[in-house]
Design a protein around this ligand. Structure first.
Ligand code: CUA
Length: 661
C-alpha cells in the first residue's frame, strides 16, 4: 500500500472509531458525578462577577471575532471584522463601508482565521488584536479599548492569506504567507504551467503598534509551494519568522494525493533582520503592486480607504542568508515556538510523530553550511543537524502546539481527536485527553507568547465537529470549544460550549490587563465627524438637488427632528444622526421602513449615516431599535415621501417647533 493510501485508510478507520465509539453526549470520559461537580465549581462565575480571562475566537467563515469569558465560556461580544454585520450596521453605514474596500472592489465577507494579540517584549500587552482574512488577503486590527475593527490592510501578491498574522516579539511586524501559490505578479497562464510560473510570497507588515500606520514593509518571493502556518521567534530566535509549507511536490490538481507524495516538506526560516539590511542597501525590486489600506478614525467616526501602490520585493537568490528551509516530515500544518524561543515545533499533519527543531542547532548548521541542497537560492539544512527531538506515538495528525510555561507542550491531533501533553525536556508523552470531536487549534491564554498567563491554567480545544454533543439543530451543528484545567499533572475537562462560525484559533488574555482601558463613550466635544450635530437646536434638513441631508440627534427617548416632510421619490436621503448621550451602555438605533440597508447602532457621542432611497410615496415610520429606556417604544418618528414632481416643501421639527424652507 502506498503511504498516502495508508494514511487515508487510517484516517477513515480512526474517524469511524471517533464518531461511533463515543455514542451519546455523555461519553466524555472524565468520570463520575463527583468530578462533574468539581468541574462545575471551577467554571462557575457567579451572577454579577467577571470572568478571569477574555478569550478571542476567530469566527472562520463568519469573518468575525467573538469574545468569550473564561472560565464560564459566556459569549460577550461579536466583533465584526471582514463581514458586514447588520447588528451594528458595520459595512452598511457610510462610515464603515470603506473598511471593506479592496482592489477587487467592496468585499463584504471573508474567512477569518488567527486572532493574535500584540506583543511587547514577547508578552501580550493588551493593546490590539490582529486577525487575517484567508480568502481575500487582508489583516485587520481590533482596538482593545473599543473592541472595534479600526484598520484593515490588504496583502498584495498573495492568494489565500492563511499563515498570518503572528506578530514578532515587539509587534515590529505582522507576518503573512500565501497559502496558494499563483502566478506572481498575476498573469494569464495555463494552470499546468504551475512549476514554471507559480510562486509564493512571505510578507512583513509594519506599523502593528501604531494605529493608522500599517503598511507592507517588504515581501520575499518564494518557491511555488503552498504555505500554511507561521510563527515568529522570541528571545534567542527574535529576528526570525517561520513558515510551514506543503505541496513541495508542486502539484496543481488532486492535491489530496499529489501533494502528499514526499516524505518531507519544509519550514521556511526567514531572517527578517537580514531582510531589513538588504532593504536598507536597496537590494530589492520595486513592484507596482496595488493594495488598499483602510483606517477608521475614532475622532471623525469615519473610515477612509486609500489605494496604495508599490512594494519592495526581496529575491532569496540575490539575498544570501535571508531564507533557509528546515526539512520537516509529512505536510506540516502548525509551526510553534516555545516560550524560551529555542524550540520550533513542527506539526506534520500526516505524521504520527512530532518533530522538534532546535534554533541553536539551526544557527550552528547555517554556520557550518550543512546544506543538503539549494532551491531557488534557499539552502535546505540537514535534517539531523537541526533536530532537537521527536515526540513518538503522540497521536495521529498533529496540527498545533501551545505551551504552559512549565516546560510542557500540548499538541492537538486531528485524526485521533485528542490533546497530548508532552515534555520539552524528555520528549515523553505525559498525558492525553480526547477532544469532541476533530480538534483543530488549541489555545492556552498566553501559551504562544513568552509568558503564559497565570502559569498556564486553562486550555481550550476548538473542535470542528460536535455531532452528538448538543441538542440537534438540523443539518448544521455548532462548532465548539472545550475548556480544560491544565494546572495539575492530569488534564481535566471542565466545560463544553458552542462557538460562532468556525473557531480556527483563539487567544486569551487576563482580563485585568485590559479592563481598565475600556472606552465607555465618545466625548461629544471630541466628535470631528463632518456631519455631526451637537445640540437639538442645530438639527436641520437640507435639500441639495435630489440629495437630502438630515442632520439629526437622538437622546432618551426621542429623535430630533421626529417629523420630516418634503422628501420626494427619487431623492437620496442621507440620515446623519448623532447620539447625544454621554453615558456608558446607552446606544440608540435607527431603522426606517423599507431601507435597503441595515440599522444604525450609534454609540454615545458618535455620528453615523444611513442612506435611504424611498421608492414610493407615503408616510414612513422610523424608530429606535435598541431598548434604551422605559419610553423606548415612544422613540419613533415619521418621514413623509411625496411624488417626484410634487411641491411639498422641506419641513422638520419636534413637539411644538417646526422649521422649513
Ligand atoms: Cu433609543 Cu430605544
Amino acid at each position: 500500500m502506498k503511504s498516502t493510501t495508508f494514511i487515508f485508510t487510517l484516517l477513515i478507520v480512526v474517524s469511524l472509531f471517533v464518531f461511533s465509539g463515543c455514542g451519546n453526549g455523555n461519553g466524555n470520559g472524565s468520570g463520575g458525578a463527583l468530578s462533574y461537580s468539581n468541574a462545575a465549581e471551577k467554571v462557575y462565575v457567579a451572577p454579577g462577577e467577571y470572568d478571569e480571562y477574555y478569550e478571542f475566537f476567530s469566527g472562520g467563515f463568519s469573518g468575525q471575532v467573538t469574545v468569550h469569558g473564561l472560565p464560564s465560556g459566556r459569549l460577550l461580544k461579536t466583533i465584526p471584522v471582514f463581514s458586514v454585520d447588520g447588528e451594528k450596521g458595520y459595512g452598511f453605514n457610510e462610515e464603515t463601508k470603506p473598511m471593506l474596500m479592496t482592489t477587487f472592489g467592496f468585499v463584504p465577507w471573508d474567512d477569518s482565521h488567527h486572532p493574535k494579540l500584540s506583543q511587547t517584549k514577547g508578552v501580550h500587552d493588551g493593546n490590539f488584536l490582529f486577525i487575517n482574512g484567508n480568502n481575500t488577503p487582508r489583516i485587520a486590527r481590533i482596538d482593545l479599548t473599543t473592541f472595534e475593527t479600526t484598520e484593515i490592510i490588504q496583502v498584495p501578491n498573495t492568494a489565500g492569506l492563511h499563515g498570518s498574522p503572528y506578530p514578532t516579539e515587539n509587534t515590529e511586524y505582522l507576518v503573512a504567507a500565501t497559502r496558494f501559490s499563483v502566478p506572481t505578479p498575476q498573469k494569464d497562464v495555463p494552470i499546468d504551467s504551475y512549476k514554471e510560473n507559480f510562486k509564493g510570497t512571505f510578507t512583513f507588515i509594519s506599523g502593528g503598534q501604531e494605529p493608522g500606520e500599517m503598511d507592507i514593509a517588504f515581501q520575499i518571493l518564494a518557491p511555488g509551494y503552498d504555505y500554511d502556518k507561521a510563527n515568529s521567534g522570541k528571545g534567542p530566535s527574535h529576528g526570525w519568522s517561520f513558515f510551514t509549507s506543503y505541496n513541495v511536490e508542486q502539484a496543481n490538481t488532486l492535491k489530496e494525493k499529489n501533494a502528499s507524495q514526499y516524505d518531507k516538506d519544509y519550514i521556511a526560516a526567514v531572517n527578517w533582520k537580514k531582510a531589513e539590511e538588504y532593504i536598507a542597501q536597496g537590494k530589492f525590486q520595486e513592484w507596482p503592486s496595488e493594495y488598499y489600506h483602510n483606517y477608521y478614525d475614532d475622532k471623525t467616526h469615519m473610515a477612509t480607504a486609500t489605494l496604495k501602490k508599490g512594494v519592495k520585493v526581496l529575491i532569496p537568490s540575490e539575498c544570501p542568508g535571508l531564507v533557509y528551509y528546515l526539512p520537516t516530515p509529512k505536510s506540516p500544518h502548525g509551526v510553534d515556538v516555545n516560550p524560551t524561543g529555542e524550540y520550533i515545533v513542527a506539526n506534520g499533519k500526516l505524521s504520527a510523530d512530532l518533530t522538534v527543531h532546535s534554533f541553536s542547532k539551526m544557527l550552528a548548521a547555517i554556520e557550518a553550511e550543512k546544506f543538503d541542497e539549494v532551491i531557488d537560492g534557499i539552502p535546505v539544512l540537514n535534517f539531523d543537524a537541526i533536530l532537537a527531538g521527536v515526540v513518538e506515538s503522540g497521536g495521529l495528525g498533529p496540527l498545533h502546539t501551545e505551551f504552559d510555561g512549565r516546560g510542557n507542550g500540548y499538541t492537538s491531533f486531528f485524526i485521533s481527536s485528542e490533546i497530548v501533553k508532552w515534555s520539552l525536556e524528555t520528549y515523553e508523552v505525559l498525558d492525553r485527553v480526547p477532544a469532541y470531536y476533530s480538534i483543530g487549534h488549541l489555545s492556552i491564554p498566553g501559551g504562544g507568547s513568552m509568558k503564559p498567563w497565570e502559569d498556564g491554567k486553562y486550555m481550550i480545544a476548538m473542535n470542528k465537529i460536535t455531532k452528538d454533543r448538543y441538542l440537534p439543530t438540523g443539518p448544521e451543528m455548532a462548532h465548539s470549544a472545550q475548556l480544560y484545567d491544565i494546572s495539575g499533572d492530569k488534564i481535566e475537562l471542565l466545560l463544553d460550549f458552542p462557538t460562532m462560525g468556525e473557531p480556527h484559533y483563539a487567544q486569551g488574555i487576563l482580563a485585568s490587563t485590559i479592563i481598565d482601558r475600556q472606552k465607555k463613550f465618545y466625548l461629544l466635544e471630541e466628535n470631528e465627524h463632518p456631519h455631526k450635530t451637537l445640540t437639538e437646536a442645530d438639527t436641520k434638513v437640507v435639500r441639495n438637488g435630489n440629495e437630502v441631508h438630515i442632520y439629526g440627534t437622538m437622546i432618551r427617548s426621542h429623535f430630533a427632528p421626529d417629523n420630516i416632510e418634503g422628501i420626494k421619490v427619487g431623492d437620496k436621503v442621507f440620515w446623519h444622526i448623532t447620539n447625544l448621550e454621554q453615558d456608558w451602555d446607552v446606544p440608540h438605533g435607527l431603522a426606517v421602513m423599507g431601507a435597503q440597508t441595515a440599522e444604525l447602532l450609534i454609540m454615545p457621542g458618535q455620528t453615523e449615516t444611513l442612506v435611504w432611497q424611498p421608492k414610493t410615496e407615503g408616510v414612513y415610520p422610523f424608530y429606535c431599535t435598541d431598548f434604551c429606556s422605559a419610553l423606548h417604544q415612544e422613540m419613533q418618528g415619521y418621514i413623509r415621501v411625496s411624488a417626484k414632481n410634487s411641491n411639498t416643501k422641506i419641513k422638520w421639527g419636534l413637539d411644538e417647533e417646526f422649521f422649513g424652507e
